[in-house]
Design a protein around this ligand. Sequence first.
Ligand code: CAO
Length: 458
Amino acid sequence: MASIEIQVPDIGDFAEVTVIELMVKVGDTVKAEQSLITVESDKASMEIPSSHGGVVKEIKVKLGDKVKQGSLVVILEGEGAAVANVPVAAPAPTAAPAPTSSEPNPAPALVAATQAASVSIATVSAAPAAAMPAHNPTSAPVGLPHASPSVRKFARELGVPLAEVKGSGLKGRILESDVQAFTRSVMSGAAQTLAGVAQNKAGGGDGAGLGLIPWPVVDFTKFGPIERKDRPRIKKISASNLHRNWVMIPHVTNHDDCDITDLEAFRVSTNLETDKAAKSGGTGVKVTMLAFLIKACVAALKKFPEFNSSIDGDQLVYKQYFHIGFAADTPNGLMVPVIKDADKKGIFQISQEMGELAKKARDGKLSPAEMSGASFTISSLGGIGGRYFTPIINAPEVAILGVCKSQMEPVWDGKAFVPRLMLPLSLSWDHRVIDGAAAARFNVYLGQILGDFRRVLL
Ligand code: CAO
């Protein structure tokens, strides 16, 4: 093994430059032409490359040092004869490096990014380019980011908006470690890019995060009179949740019909009894179809436990509790109160709690605790109308049941068409957890229970 001294080459017009970045550390293996340090004059920054390959034995400069042509930069341990004082080639300032990682090695040895070059880099970064991740900053950087060409290239390859990265180097210079830290914090959700913030503000998103074309910006007044109103706070919160759930969960919806003729007759007769009892001092709690649906879903969730689960990394969390959320339409927007421990409650108790929670929701008085902890949700449009719809799963749940208005329909009983009250069901499920066959079985089983509620006891 021979020691090889790497020195600052002829750097043209610059008598003395400052070391602003160390790009290797002792023990690193470097290749010939790999950049070792970045230096800066008042006009340009340059990377000093190695003339040889080898392992870094000693670094002879530190941040802030003034160096000039011939200054010793590092000592390498490498194969072959020791080559001392070999000047690397003269600096060859280039324009902005090509925006792809396949750019040729900078020849002959030095890459200088002048301020003018930086401008063109910034321009390239802001425009979508085929070979690099699209980044659409919503505001142009004020003052150019202070970073070496290699850090710019690194940021460009990752699609990191350099103007948004805080530099920890000398005079706020952005180092490779700053770009890495920025990327880590965005990936972990601790920070957001300006483009991400704008996307959230837009509600529909600007499409940049998904690689979509931008959301159309239309001057509606060109087409007719308009009125603008602020979106209610609850609608904005539920919009963000719905958008995330729609985008992140691979939804599939299975539609089915079930026969609730006997159940509805039972419900109506029960309510008549309740009315009579109320007249002589009874509780007067009216039972609703939704309460029966909650109870029937609990039975189906017990039979198909993956519908009562949540994804947690590589694991599936099977909940042994049955807290059922139900969508409630309120003047302020959609709210989802939760019936806790529905498996331990009877139809009357569930109906009563539902009535109280729905009223609180409409009055805007639901507490966060009353809206949290659901393991499955039901969205019923039965009191309104419609046939089928595709409900959006309420993350981190993995399924939701949509119910529409029951109708009398002619059903073939093998000999004749008979009038039966049919309830349309729409079950949306997360295909990462549930398969189509399981979803079809869930709906069939639910239909069997609603068709003959005695099955709940089995
Ligand atoms: N088929 C036919 N009729 C039905 C029915 C069904 N599936 N479900 C309820 N009904 C009837 C009820 O029997 C009731 O009739 P009566 O007054 O004659 O008894 C009437 O419709 C009104 O019921 P309701 O909607 O007030 O009560 P509910 O228990 O069915 O629902 C609640 C309560 C809070 C869920 C409901 O008021 C509500 O807000 N629904 C909308 C939910 C929603 O917005 N979902 C969409 C979410 S996605 O945007």
